[in-house]
Every structure is written in structure tokens, then in C-alpha cells.
Design a protein. Structure first.
Length: 356
């Protein structure tokens, strides 16, 4: 260890002596020896610095690109879902012309309630729905099922589910019955009166009397008829597609709106008035209408209906025929006094007096 230190000290002394002599050749040799070492050292350090910067930059770039990729993929999925929704709505738009737009809402399927059941679905909830109320579901222009709002969630029960029940008419003579979901390709209509002649091939439509659907919406066709002890049962092949529940119409208000709050007194009618009648001389007691100054407005005046209507009595159905003794005597007509002749004679007498 001591020998190494002594050698290093001697070398330093030799260098110091050489430098003190101011010899150009010695300085040149020293610079030629030291400069390459210095350049290599700078290149080495610069390469290490560049690599470190490139590594850090690449890492930041990769992280940034990954984040952007995730955002773009998310937006792509949203756009695909949005385009699919637009396509579904575009497919059902032609059916809106056949339904009252003001009484329906568009709803889409979110998911199935159970993975092993394809008859119960969860739907998007339209506005202003009432809890625990049954709403009708329409697929295109045919019946698809019913929907119930529970715990602020809209559940749909398709025609293949047992909870789907609504009132229908069967056949041309409109035999009433209750449609109940049975299977994927079948609906049972129960409680049909036995005196109705139900045949295979009869069409089934909604009655609209249960305040769930509009009237005359297509349901299906009769494929089988069974006569039981108390009533007739019909098996129906439905029109709707149970396996592809996408977009539905929710019936918000199935009531008839044309005759709602109808008031006959506020209705303006045009009445034909004869030429000789005026507003002042129309005072007939037996007339059912009185005209105002403007003859196109009428006020119903019910004057010919008696104040009391009793039940039909036996003597009215079979009246007694009066006998000859009980026959009413004919009423003698009173002769009217002749006043015209007297007035004419008086008038002539006055004229004759004037002549004198």
C-alpha cells in the first residue's frame, strides 16, 4: 500500500517538473492523450442521458396513448350503441302513423330479469308512469306483452310469460275472453262463453276494455280449440317476436279521447230556418229547440218529456174495451157567432150617411 502511494507521488512530481519547463512538445503529447479520453467520456455520458430521456419519454408516450386508446374505444362503443338505438327507432317510425302518438311512449330493452328466462325483461322507463299500474307493450303494431312499474323500475312480461294477461275478442262475432301467456309460441284465451262458435284460423284482437291496450290491436290466430265444462279455451299463435325484444311502444293512456268531456251545449249546429220564421215568432211550446239571434247556435230545451215516467201497468198492456153504455158521448161543436155580416152592414150604413 505504501509503495503505491510513493509511485503516485513520484509520477506527480515528474509531471510537475515537465510542466514547469514550458516545453511545447510535452504539452502537445499530454493534450493528445487527455482529449480523446475526455471526448469519449462526454460521448458516453451524453448517450446515457439521451437513453434515459428517450426511455422516460417513451414511457410517458405509451401511457398517454393507452389512455387515449381507452377513451376512443369507449366512445366507439357508445357510438355503436347509439347507432343501433337510432336504427331500432328508425325501424319502428313507420308504425307510429298507425298509433295515437300522444298516448304512447318509446321504450327499449335494457336486459333480461333472469338469464335463464327470456319472457321477463327490464325496460327503459318513460316519464309520468304510475307505480303498480299495468301498461300495454306493442311491438310494431301487434301486442307484445304488458309492463308494470315496481320500485321505480319498469318490468316487461312478454306474451310467453304467465303474468301477461289482458282482455281480447276472438273471431268475427267478437267473443270475449282473457288472454294468458303460456309458451314461446302460444297464448291461451280462457273464459270464452260456450255458445260462441270459435274456429281454427279466427283472428284475435284486443278489446280495449281492460284499460291496458287500445281496441282492435292484432294478437294472433287461433290454432286449437277446446270445449271445457264451463267455457271454451282457444290456443293462439302470437304475431310478436318474443326472442328479439328490442324496441316497444308503452301505452300510457288507452282511453278514448274523442268523446272525453263531451258537452252538447257547447256544440254549434247549423239549423235550416224557413223563410217565414224569424227570431221573434219562434215560440212554439212543442218545439225542442229555441233559436238565438244567431241561428247557428242552439240550446236544447227538453219540453216534450214528462216529469215522471212510471213503470208499465197491466191495464196499459191490455186495455179494457168500452161497452156501448160506457162509450163516450160525442161532443157537440159550438157554433161561432157571425160578426162579420154585422160589421159590413154597419160599414155600408156609414158610407150611405156620408153620401148625404
Amino acid at each position: 500500500m505504501k509503495t503505491r502511494i510513493i509511485v503516485i507521488v513520484l509520477l506527480l512530481l515528474v509531471l510537475a517538473v515537465l510542466l514547469t519547463r514550458n516545453d511545447d512538445r510535452i504539452a502537445a503529447t499530454l493534450l493528445n492523450t487527455i482529449n480523446p479520453i475526455k471526448q469519449r467520456y462526454q460521448q458516453f455520458t451524453q448517450s446515457i442521458e439521451d437513453k434515459s430521456h428517450s426511455y422516460i419519454f417513451q414511457k410517458e408516450t405509451i401511457e398517454k396513448l393507452n389512455n387515449e386508446n381507452l377513451i376512443l374505444r369507449k366512445r366507439l362503443l357508445e357510438q355503436i350503441h347509439y347507432i343501433e338505438q337510432i336504427q331500432n327507432v328508425y325501424d319502428v317510425l313507420p308504425n307510429l302513423s298507425k298509433l295515437p302518438i300522444q298516448n304512447i311512449s318509446i321504450s327499449e330493452t335494457i336486459s333480461y330479469v333472469k338469464l335463464n328466462s327470456f319472457s321477463q325483461i327490464i325496460l327503459t322507463k318513460p316519464k309520468d308512469l304510475i307505480e303498480n299500474r299495468i301498461y300495454g307493450l306493442i311491438q310494431g303494431t301487434v301486442v307484445a306483452g304488458v309492463a308494470i312499474l315496481k320500485n321505480n323500475q319498469l318490468y316487461g312480461y312478454l306474451t310467453s310469460d304467465n303474468k301477461c294477461r289482458f282482455s281480447v275478442f276472438v273471431g268475427e262475432k267478437k267473443a270475449s275472453g282473457i288472454a294468458i301467456g303460456d309458451k314461446r309460441d302460444s297464448i291461451i284465451v280462457k273464459f270464452i262463453p260456450k255458445w260462441n262458435n270459435i274456429k281454427i284460423g279466427d283472428k284475435v284482437v284486443t278489446s280495449g276494455l281492460d284499460k291496458i291496450f287500445f281496441s282492435n290491436l292484432p294478437v294472433g290466430i287461433v290454432t286449437k280449440v277446446e270445449v271445457q265444462s264451463a267455457y271454451t279455451v282457444a290456443y293462439i299463435e302470437p304475431y310478436n317476436n318474443v326472442l328479439h325484444p328490442r324496441t316497444f311502444f308503452v301505452v300510457n293512456n288507452p282511453k278514448a279521447t274523442i268523446l272525453e268531456n263531451f258537452d252538447s251545449n257547447s256544440t254549434n249546429l247549423i239549423m235550416d230556418c224557413p223563410k217565414h220564421c224569424t227570431d221573434s215568432n219562434i215560440t212554439d211550446e212543442n218545439s225542442t229547440h229555441t233559436l238565438r239571434a244567431e241561428y247557428n247556435e242552439t240550446i236544447p230545451v227538453i219540453s216534450s218529456i214528462p216529469s215522471r215516467v212510471d213503470q208499465t201497468q197491466h191495464d196499459v198492456i191490455e186495455p179494457n174495451i168500452p161497452t156501448e153504455e160506457e162509450k163516450p158521448k160525442p161532443i157537440k161543436k159550438k157554433k161561432k157567432k157571425v160578426i162579420k155580416k154585422e160589421t159590413t152592414n154597419k160599414y155600408k150604413h156609414h158610407q150611405s150617411m156620408d153620401l148625404f
